[in-house]
Design a protein around this ligand. Structure first.
Ligand code: CAA
Ligand code: NAP
Length: 247
């Protein structure tokens, strides 16, 4: 079988790196993206190379449609067709709604939700033409249950799953599955930015398993959804949250 190609947005972040490594171990050619001007890019690529992973990296502002269109065209011409897209890049701008300004709302909506349109639009029809594809949208437990201080993030993450369900219907007959995963609190820099007293007093006590999740645990779920065995799973929103929220 020809080697499949996966694009993981935000692949140099905590979850993204684990997803890139897992997919590479499964035999995918892995391409990642970072924000334009990311100063850690070359160092990260060199570090991954030392660990045996030959990733390619492209600068894309996922919040900007033209940036995504241009970069995806470049990826396709330099690396060939894209079989798997993991919409993983995301940000938080946490603050109570009382204090939230329009800039914090817009940044989170553009980066977490518009990005799903911006990246999926230039790749999914070519997946459908080839009769096989996987789109995985990395949402959050806080898109399912809401979170204090995250009206913007909870709205964007909930919106991702609305997209998933509609796109899954449109592409079901074409061999392309579209799924959402909703991780709980995972030990990456996004979670480490939460004030420690809030994490210890308000968040960890709500996780029945009693600890943060590990990026590798999330990567394992993404790997399953990318596999041929997952062909019957589409339009799903799969929770991976240590029991914090059950639907
Ligand atoms: N539940 C209930 N009350 C809370 C609360 C919570 N989780 N967090 C704060 N409060 C209360 C405080 O106790 C305080 O109450 P009083 O006024 O009665 O004393 C009040 O809210 C403070 O309100 P402020 O508007 O002054 O808020 P602040 O400037 O202190 O900041 C916050 C509030 C931004 C929400 C801050 O507490 C925070 O960053 N919390 C963490 C939010 C969070 O969970 N983010 C998740 C990031 S990780 C992620 O997003 C990944 C993922 O997908 C899981
Ligand atoms: P992270 O370590 O902060 O990584 C986020 C990544 O997104 C970074 O690599 C960043 O790249 C990229 N990114 C941000 N804005 C971008 C933009 N405009 N264009 C391109 N790339 C951009 O966070 P993480 O914890 O790994 O989170 C990854 C995803 O999982 C996010 O969507 C997050 O919402 C979701 N999630 C995380 C948790 C958790 O507990 N950690 C739980 C549920 C869901 P640059 O550094 O180059 O900007």
């Amino acid at each position: 079988m020809t080697q499949r190609t996966a694009v993981v947005t935000g692949g140099m972040g905590g979850l993204g790196e684990a997803i890139c490594i897992k997919l590479a171990r499964m035999g995918y050619k892995v391409i990642t993206t970072c924000s334009p001007g990311n100063t850690k890019r070359d160092e990260w690529l060199a570090d991954m190379k030392k660990q045996g992973f030959e990733f390619k990296a492209y600068e894309i502002d996922v919040a900007n449609f033209e940036s995504c269109q241009t970069a995806v065209a470049k990826i396709q011409s330099e690396c060939g067709p894209i079989d798997v897209l993991v919409n993983n890049a995301g940000i938080t701008r946490d603050t109570t709604f009382r204090k939230m300004d329009k800039a914090a709302w817009d940044a989170v909506m553009h980066t977490n939700l518009d990005s799903v349109f911006n990246m999926t639009k230039p790749v999914i029809d070519s997946m459908a033409e080839r009769g096989w594809g996987r789109v995985i949208n990395v949402s959050s437990v806080n898109g399912q249950k809401g979170a204090f201080g995250q009206t913007n993030y909870s709205a964007a993450k909930a919106g991702m799953h609305g997209f998933t369900k509609a796109a899954a219907l449109e592409y079901a007959k074409k061999g392309v599955t579209v799924n959402t995963i909703s991780p709980g609190y995972i030990g990456t820099k996004m979670v480490m930015a939460i004030p420690k007293e809030v994490l210890d007093s308000k968040i960890i006590p709500q996780i029945p398993i009693g600890r943060l999740g590990k990026p590798e645990e999330v990567a394992g779920l993404v790997a399953y959804l990318c596999s041929d065995e997952a062909a019957f799973v589409t339009g799903a929103n799969i929770a991976i949250n240590g029991g914090q929220h059950m639907q």
